[in-house]
Design a protein around this ligand. Structure first.
Ligand code: HEC
Ligand code: HEC
Ligand code: HEC
Ligand code: HEC
Ligand code: HEC
Ligand code: HEC
Length: 419
């Protein structure tokens, strides 16, 4: 008995609140049910309409802001640490943009590489932004003007807030600079590794005497010494020489695209017949003959070709870095070799028309000049200047020799190449 009563109370305690809630909801629902379904639907429509017009209004207001007041609203500088952190993450694809997940760094590389990358680097982008106070990332991204901008940035729009964050990151990149090219020091590892091994061999041979077979010590010492000698010779020979030199040029100019694919003659750009040492590199105007019309490249888009036009507008010539450079105490003339000697560019500069990035093909050592002079014929009979070599002409007539090497007409005279 006692038990059943208690259970009854518990049951009642559970049921009572539920009944109360049910009652209250019925009371609340009744008037609406009386008003009828139509009014309910009407009300809902009204709410949707007001929300719609509100959305439209804010969109219009936002459009007005970006259309009418960009000059006033946009100001550079004063970026917070938060802007910078967010900007770097956006650029590297660690957090998504509002328009979706994009990794800008997958194309716009953030550290220097030794392979050619046709996309502008992050540093290039930052520099272009820095140089032009009117430059707006948002405008470039949201209103693409070229094919590459359109296809490569498909659906990558940038909001005002994201633009500021990217700008903060740009500033950080500018401070860091393009970065140094880091080559893996294989040679110094071999050099120092062998050095340590040789030292151990000597110590063991003379003092510790752990390894019984003396041949091992001797072998290490011989190999080590030979390799070290080779390094020493190679290093001293390369002092001041720059074979293979291929610096980053201010514009990603490709000989493969111009002299190769488009078969433009070397002489169109290089007036190497002249004596003046620096007249060999074409001026902006030469580029503009074609790039006044060709405004976009297949690989690089507009970015690189734009630099030609920027140079033209600013009046500053493009600062090409010189690759081949003989020491001042030597004299070399293309006129002598290309015109008089009839040599092809290829013989000294390699297959330039296959190089995207031009590099120094020959080592330009004195031995290189002399070897060719000893092996190559001068255009002896055809060139009236060589009339002064009476004896050699006589020898040819007599059939003693059938050709004259460059070396025989002064190609080995110190004074012909040295002042
Ligand atoms: C698929 C490769 C690719 C990706 C990904 C990419 N870009 Fe680009 N971007 C390019 C190329 C190529 C150009 C040069 C196009 C041109 O100038 O015609 C360029 C140009 C630009 C320019 C214009 C530079 C100028 O001054 O004209 C901006 C700004 C830019 N990118 C920002 C970004 C941002 C921000 C992202 C990430 C949301 C991004 N890009 C992602 C390839 C890419
Ligand atoms: C459309 C113009 C153009 C054409 C055509 C052209 N070049 Fe060049 N060349 C340049 C420019 C610009 C540079 C400087 C940038 C560079 O080094 O890539 C240059 C640099 C060079 C250099 C290195 C100069 C230095 O600084 O030591 C050599 C060598 C050279 N060109 C050879 C050739 C040969 C050979 C051909 C023909 C197969 C050729 N070029 C065709 C424009 C051209
Ligand atoms: C005789 C015409 C001619 C001259 C002169 C010329 N170019 Fe070009 N250039 C071309 C052609 C053609 C292309 C290929 C366009 C394409 O990719 O569709 C090109 C492409 C380029 C590209 C883009 C390559 C790519 O594929 O993205 C760059 C950068 C460029 N040229 C720079 C220069 C510079 C710098 C000079 C002056 C030293 C120069 N050009 C002189 C005809 C010329
Ligand atoms: C016999 C070898 C030889 C031949 C052939 C040759 N060059 Fe050169 N070239 C050189 C040397 C050496 C230099 C470096 C000159 C210096 O530093 O004073 C040079 C430098 C250059 C330069 C750098 C600018 C300058 O004038 O110093 C250009 C551009 C160039 N050569 C283009 C050409 C072209 C184009 C041809 C073919 C028409 C050609 N060369 C044929 C040996 C040669
Ligand atoms: C690929 C072969 C080759 C190379 C490399 C070469 N030369 Fe020559 N050189 C010749 C030939 C061939 C002649 C003769 C040209 C003629 O017919 O007048 C010549 C002639 C000369 C002359 C003129 C000699 C005279 O009698 O007046 C000088 C100076 C000269 N070379 C300097 C150099 C220098 C400096 C270098 C190295 C930087 C060099 N050459 C590299 C082939 C070469
Ligand atoms: C065909 C041209 C040519 C002739 C002929 C020539 N030289 Fe040279 N010489 C050069 C060149 C090019 C260099 C620069 C090589 C370098 O930078 O490694 C040079 C460098 C030198 C150097 C500097 C050392 C060095 O390696 O940098 C000396 C010293 C020298 N020559 C002496 C002579 C003497 C002496 C003669 C006459 C027997 C002579 N040369 C004939 C082209 C020539």
């Amino acid at each position: 008995m006692h038990n059943t009563f208690k259970e009854g109370i518990i049951r009642l305690g559970k049921v009572f609140p539920m009944v109360l809630v049910l009652l209250i909801s019925i009371i609340c629902w009744l008037p609406k049910a009386v008003q009828g379904q139509d009014t309910l639907a009407g009300e809902a429509e009204g709410v949707v309409e007001t929300v719609d017009s509100l959305v439209e209004e804010t969109a219009e207001a936002a459009a007005e802001i970006t259309e009418n007041q960009p000059a006033e609203a946009y100001a550079r500088g004063g970026y917070s640490k938060q802007d910078l952190r967010r900007g770097e993450r956006l650029f590297k694809g660690l957090v998504p943009f509002g328009s979706g997940a994009h990794s800008c760094a997958s194309c716009h590389y953030t550290s220097r590489t030794d392979t050619l990358n046709w996309n502008p680097s992050a540093f290039d982008l930052a520099l272009a932004w820095h140089k032009d106070p009117e430059y707006r990332i948002q405008q470039k991204m949201n209103n693409p003007t070229g094919m590459r901008m359109m296809t490569d940035h498909l659906d990558m729009t940038v909001t005002l807030e994201e633009e500021r964050q990217l700008e903060a990151y740009y500033e950080a990149i500018l401070e860091e600079g393009p970065g140094e090219l880091r080559a893996y020091p294989v040679n110094s590892i071999i050099f120092w590794g062998l050095g340590v091994l040789m030292l151990l061999a000597v110590v063991d041979l003379l003092i510790t005497k752990k390894v019984r077979f003396k041949a091992i010590h001797v072998l290490i010492l011989i190999v080590g010494l030979v390799v070290h000698m080779q390094y020493a010779v190679a290093e001293s020979r390369n002092l001041g020489r720059t074979q293979g030199y291929a610096p980053d040029q201010p514009i990603k100019f490709s000989h493969l695209v111009h002299a190769g694919e488009n078969a433009i003659d070397c002489n169109y750009c290089h007036t190497v017949n002249q004596f003046s040492p620096s007249s060999g590199i074409p001026s902006n105007n030469t580029c503009l003959n074609c790039h006044g019309v060709i405004r976009e490249g297949t690989r690089s888009g507009r970015f690189e070709i734009n630099k030609i036009h920027q140079a033209e507008e600013s009046g500053k010539p493009i600062e090409w870095l010189r690759i081949h450079d003989l020491p001042d105490h030597t004299f070399y003339s293309h006129a002598q070799h290309v015109n008089a000697g009839g040599l092809e560019c290829l013989e000294c500069h390699g297959t330039v028309e296959e190089m995207h990035v031009l590099y120094q093909h020959a080592d330009l050592s004195m031995g290189w000049c002399l070897t060719c002079h000893r092996d190559n014929d001068a255009d002896f009979v055809g060139n009236p200047y060589f009339g002064i070599y009476k004896q050699l002409h006589q020898d040819i007539k007599d059939g003693k020799i059938d050709a004259v090497k460059a070396a025989q007409i002064g190609g080995e005279d110190c004074m012909k190449c040295h002042y």
